[in-house]
Every structure is written in structure tokens, then in C-alpha cells.
Design a protein around this ligand. Structure first.
Ligand code: PRT
Ligand code: ZN
Length: 283
């Protein structure tokens, strides 16, 4: 039995549960406030505060866990990052009053910085040879400059609207963060095997999200040109259409070069282009 710790409630809870579900793990039965057990995979799910997850994984209370890199790096526990999960994306940034003139990091010399991330802020300051006073607070960091508690703050930012509403501007990004799967450093071979199974499924789910299945029709004389535009998993599938001189092509595109390739396909004479999501992708 593998034990996973996920956030009890908050920004990572829903996406963590969704990921398990997409991996075909059913935990609809027997969910209570503290833990749940999957009915079709040897997995037990514990619900904790995100800040506590690295400690519980280090101690072996849970074998693996899902937490933001911001929390994992700040807590600096003896755990290993097994996989980046692509959700919970944000950045840990330094912000100052928007009326301040900020040229570079030397602005922070001798200043007072309020944050809930003292370890990461200190690392950033050391790396830049800055001496500043770190004022650790546990919440509502963004109001600190306004009430005279600090000259600058360091906090998580996603849309930037919290900073904006508090009259602050973002001046340095010290960490780009996303949710990660962490693991205890000394898992038994049995648990390692279960983790490998889980990671195999996570890879299939994540790969599918980054790819789209594409179907299109093309005149036969344009096939070569169009096939050259399609990367695919191997070479594309080509099927004759009922209308003579035409074929149907099936392939896979990655999200990154998606629009670029679609435009080129149209220009090359592709018609009736259909793009459909992929649920799982095993290579
Ligand atoms: O109760 P518990 O301790 O488990 O939860 P929590 O309140 O400490 O954490 P929670 O649920 O707020 O965040 C959990 C994790 O989500 C964080 O550790 C990050 O890894 C990730 N995450 C992603 C964020 C954000 N985006 C985010 N925007 N965590 C917090 N914020 C906050 C930020 O602190 C600031 O107050 O949102 C505000 C800024 O958002 P914008 O959109 O206005 O820029
Ligand atoms: Zn927390």
C-alpha cells in the first residue's frame, strides 16, 4: 500500500484529486476528513495542510505527497522531487510600493522585507550579496508596506491582481513554482514499484494533455507536403476517402506548435481539419 499526502483544502486540493482520478484511481468510497482509500489501486490518501506535507513525507507518515515547489524548497526537508505536475503554477516574487523607483536588486540593501518564505528570500539575498532584514509573517503579506511594517514584500503571485490592488509592483521573481510529486528518500522496493506504476499513469495523462489528435482531409497530390508538416508519434495514418483523389490523415500535434502547424496545413491545402483532445497517451 502506497500512502500519498495531498492538500486538505485550498488551491492544490482539487487538481490533486483530479490527477488521481485521471490516473484511473477511484476514491469515491470511504472519504472522510483525514484520509481515503482507493478501491482499485493500493493507495491511501491523507489530507494535510500543504505546509506540513514535506515533513510528513520526510518522516514516512506518507510515502509520497503533492505540494508546491515553493513549499518544498522553503521547508528544505529530505525528500526527493519525483515529478513536476504542471498545475498550481505561480511565482515567488519581491514587490515594492509602485511609486518607488526600483532600478535593480541593490534597492533592497538595508531594507526590511516581509514574507512567509524567509529561507528562499535569504537564499536570494545571499546570491545577490544583499543584506536586508527579513520580517517573517504568516499571512496578508501584501498589506505590510502600506502599514509601515516593511519596505518590500516577497509573496506568491499568479495573476498579479493582489499586488495591483495593494498598490505594489513586482520587481524580482525569485522562484517559478508548480505542484510537484515528492517522495520519501527510503521507499521499500514494493512501494517504489507502486510509485513507478503511478508515475507511468501520470506521464500518460500529462502527455495526453500536451497533445491533440488531428484529423484532416487532403488532395492526394498535396499529401507529401502535408505529411512533412505533421510530426506525429510515428508517421501519420493515411486513409483513402470515398471521393477519389482525396485522403484522410490522422496524427498527433503538441500544444506548443499547434497553431503554427494548423496555419501551414491550411495553406498547404488541408480541409475539414478536426482537432480532438486525447485522454491518455502511452508511447
Ligand atoms: O491551508 P493550507 O496551509 O493547506 O493552504 P494555504 O492557504 O497555505 O495554501 P493555498 O491553498 O493558498 O496555496 C497552496 C499552493 O498553491 C501554494 O503553496 C502554491 O504552490 C500554489 N499557488 C498557486 C498559490 C497561488 N497560485 C497564489 N496565487 N498560492 C497562493 N497564492 C496567493 C498568494 O499568496 C497571494 O495572496 O494568491 C495571492 C496572489 O494571487 P494573484 O492572482 O492576485 O496574483
Ligand atoms: Zn499552507
Amino acid at each position: 500500500m502506497l500512502r500519498i499526502a495531498i492538500q486538505k483544502s485550498g488551491r492544490l486540493n482539487e487538481d490533486s484529486l483530479k490527477l488521481l482520478k485521471e490516473c484511473g484511481i477511484d476514491i469515491s468510497n470511504g472519504v472522510n476528513k483525514l484520509k481515503a482509500e482507493a478501491s482499485n489501486f493500493p493507495l491511501e490518501i491523507f489530507f494535510f495542510r500543504d505546509d506540513d506535507i514535506p515533513q510528513y513525507v520526510e518522516d514516512g507518515v506518507a510515502d509520497i505527497g503533492i505540494a508546491g515547489e515553493n513549499v518544498v524548497f522553503e521547508k528544505n526537508k529530505k525528500v526527493q522531487v519525483a515529478e513536476q505536475l504542471g498545475f498550481g503554477k505561480c511565482r515567488l516574487s519581491i514587490a515594492v510600493d509602485k511609486r518607488e523607483e526600483y532600478d535593480d536588486v541593490n534597492y533592497l540593501q538595508g531594507k526590511k522585507i516581509a514574507t512567509t518564505y524567509p529561507v528562499l528570500v535569504q537564499q536570494f539575498l545571499d546570491k545577490n550579496n544583499i543584506t536586508a532584514e527579513i520580517h517573517e509573517i504568516s499571512g496578508s503579506v501584501e498589506i505590510a508596506p502600506g502599514i509601515g511594517l516593511a519596505d518590500a514584500i516577497c509573496d506568491l503571485v499568479s495573476s498579479g491582481s493582489t499586488l495591483f490592488m495593494n498598490g505594489l509592483k513586482e520587481v524580482e521573481t525569485i522562484l517559478k513554482s508548480q505542484a510537484v510529486l515528492i517522495k520519501n528518500a527510503n521507499l521499500s522496493p514494493e512501494k517504489e514499484e507502486l510509485l513507478a506504476k503511478l508515475l507511468f499513469r501520470i506521464h500518460a495523462v500529462r502527455r495526453a494533455k500536451n497533445n491533440k489528435y488531428i484529423l484532416l482531409n487532403a488532395p492526394n497530390e498535396k499529401l507529401d507536403e502535408i505529411i512533412r508538416l505533421l510530426p506525429g508519434m510515428k508517421s501519420p495514418t493515411v486513409l483513402p476517402l470515398a471521393e477519389s483523389g482525396w485522403s484522410s490523415l490522422h496524427s498527433v500535434l503538441t500544444e506548443n506548435d499547434f497553431w503554427d502547424i494548423i496555419e501551414k496545413l491550411k495553406a498547404a491545402g488541408a480541409q475539414g481539419i478536426l482537432v480532438v483532445p486525447i485522454e491518455k497517451m502511452i508511447v
